[in-house]
Design a protein around this ligand. Sequence first.
Ligand code: SAM
Length: 280
Amino acid sequence: MAGMLYLVPTPIGNLGDISQRCRETLEQADFIAAEDTRVTLKLLNHLGIKKSLVSYYEHNKTFKGDQIVQRILGGETCALVSDAGSPAISDPGEDLVKQCAQAGIVVCAIPGPCAAITALSISGQATGRFCFEGFLSTAKKSRREHLESLRQETRTMIFYEAPHKLAATLEDLAQCFGEDRPISLCRELTKLHEEVIRTTLGGAISFYAENPPKGEFVLVVAGAPEAEKETASQDDAAARLAQLLDQGLSRKDAVKQTAKELSLPKNTVYDIAVSLAPEE
Ligand code: SAM
């Protein structure tokens, strides 16, 4: 009979956050797959658990994933851990879960620490609807495209960031969302120097220019107000219509194409087209 894959979350700072169920799962697993075996060994020593460890990280995941799947199919149970927090969330694991699911292996995720959810809960921002955006790419093009795709996002947005990249990220966020957009900067969660700064993007830029950032950060950025979203999409429609009309499209075709591209009702786009050029 095949074994199972358990996703075991580990503390993001406070060792007291390891749950009884996580402890038991680590104890009972046949082996543990860890992002960094040295980091996990420290945790296991703290818990008094001795267990065979294999490494599973970004650059060996394809090859190691196959090996892990074979061992589980052979009847062993694997507990997957990352350095901190929930495996598979901006951490290795996503692919292993996919591989196991494809092989018909049962995957069980144990709930536990996750920096994104911990930060959202204490951010003071709207929590009813949110989106997790992970780390912004350091590559200019994909970073710009990622931010561009969020320009009209009305849900609360959650980003991960390292301290040495914080200043540049705040500048880019301010350029995309405006300096007045509220942000909660959640730092060193569950640790001795846990801190939440609730301010605006402009306020955060000024604050961290004076106080160099230290520790790990989750940025919780308020979504765009609905009214702002409407104005933005009308501006976008007007700009696109002007472009298409310039290219020689008829008003009817320009309206049809703009409505399709921006997912706006044709009537709305038609009204904008008329306001741009009352006479055709
Ligand atoms: N899988 C992890 C989770 O569930 O939270 C996230 C791993 S990701 C590689 C690491 C990022 O999570 C850090 O750069 C930081 O943005 C955030 N993070 C992790 N621990 C944190 C903490 N104690 N306080 C604030 N942010 C933290």
